[in-house]
Design a protein around this ligand. Sequence first.
Ligand SMILES: Nc1nc2c(ncn2[C@@H]2O[C@H](COP(=O)(O)OP(=O)(O)OP(=O)(O)O)[C@@H](O)[C@H]2O)c(=O)[nH]1
Ligand SMILES: [Mg+2]
Length: 458
Amino acid sequence: MDGGTIYALGTPTPSRWAPGALSVIRLSGPRAAEALIFLTEPHAFERGQSAREPALPEPRRMVVRTVIDPRTLEKIDRGLVVWFEAPNSETGETMAELHLHGGRAVVNAALAALATLGFCRLAEPGEFTRRAFEHGKLDLTQAEAIADLVYAETEQQRRLALDQLDGALHRLYEDWRTLGLRALAHLEAAIDFHDEDLPEGVDEEVRSGITRLRTDIADHLGDQRGERLREGLHIAIIGPPNAGKSSLLNLLARRDAAIVSETAGTTRDVIEVHLDLGGWPVVLADTAGLRASADSIEQEGVRRAKARAASAGLRLLVLDATSNWKKAMAELTAPTVRWDAQHDIVVVNKVDLARAEGAGVVPLSAKSGAGLPELLKRIERSAGLLMEAGAAPPLTRARHREALVEAEAALGRALAAPEVALAAEDVRLAMRALGRITGTVRVEELLDVIFRDFCIGK
Ligand SMILES: Nc1nc2c(ncn2[C@@H]2O[C@H](COP(=O)(O)OP(=O)(O)OP(=O)(O)O)[C@@H](O)[C@H]2O)c(=O)[nH]1
Ligand SMILES: [Mg+2]
């Protein structure tokens, strides 16, 4: 990659069946404004350089122009164009945009016209965002937030991505780094001033600062909200055979995702569907009925059901109203399966056949749909409690987690270090790990991976 002028279609590639009303082509780089002149001023390209000055509209002001092929002077489309002067643009470079009609022929002709100029090239995936990072317009967490925003499917995912784009995570990690660097400065001062006899261990005040920082990082690591929001909250439907678990999955998914039958022990594998429940992204899993069985396949199903119950963020225990469901409830919750009384939900199904009352349980008929609104409300409430708790921005990526684990361990070593010089080295390592998250330290090897994440229409 070089610092030349690049261009790309910023909107999805129009297909024959679904052209868009609009397509936007973006340019970035030193000759972006020049390219704009050549595509909008007849004969400017032949005249060359001298055409630069007069024809440019005011920066940041959209104007209507006929877009032409600079060599043949063939008209391509009429659209809106705008340009931005460096460094006041998204990438920090001179940028231009062509807002054209969204047909395939229009877009192809405009892209071909740009290619004939000879001094700009198609951008690599993610190159615009990469340039914004390189010019200090974004840090790495914000660059990742752009990808998250583009891929956000639910309201809550969108909010999380937007907070991160606004710099919520950047501020958190940079504040920590500032605290760590301050502690490091103290440690280094101690080393410098005690040339001959180094003080043993770390000064009490610095020690408590490092301890607090380490605790904050550990708390942040224990917080699963962000990952749940990006990947979806895992909800496991569990319960005895034949209670209506698969029926409930199908009801929530609004399709026949799982087989329903009166034969107890129908479901064996874990069946997953992805849903949006009240703005929360959810991965809902139907599981095998929990019972002792001689059938080895069913035993494996029960093992998987328990494993899923243990790993899920939220559990729906489905019981059969026509059975002794209170007894089943007592038997099936902890220790048989993991149970979190504050968030997990007991559903008593088949209330069209038998009445069911009990504190906190949700009566339901998966057959008629009665009770579904109340169940949805309860799921949304639990999901909200699980994901919203706490004001600090949540951890969102495995990449961040890795660096934070490293930082936390290094701070732990610093606290146990027998000598100030060793402690300082560990604090320095911890700060380097934090710096890797935001991109404050050299991160070349990370960049390609991160920026490849988002490339619309590719
Ligand atoms: N009357 C009535 N029947 C229901 C209701 N929900 C499910 N059933 C019936 O109960 C039987 C079992 O339903 P499933 O959804 O397959 O139950 P399951 O819990 O997935 O069963 P396994 O996979 O065998 O563990 C089927 O015959 C359903 O039609 C309900 O609300 N009312
Ligand atoms: Mg089933």
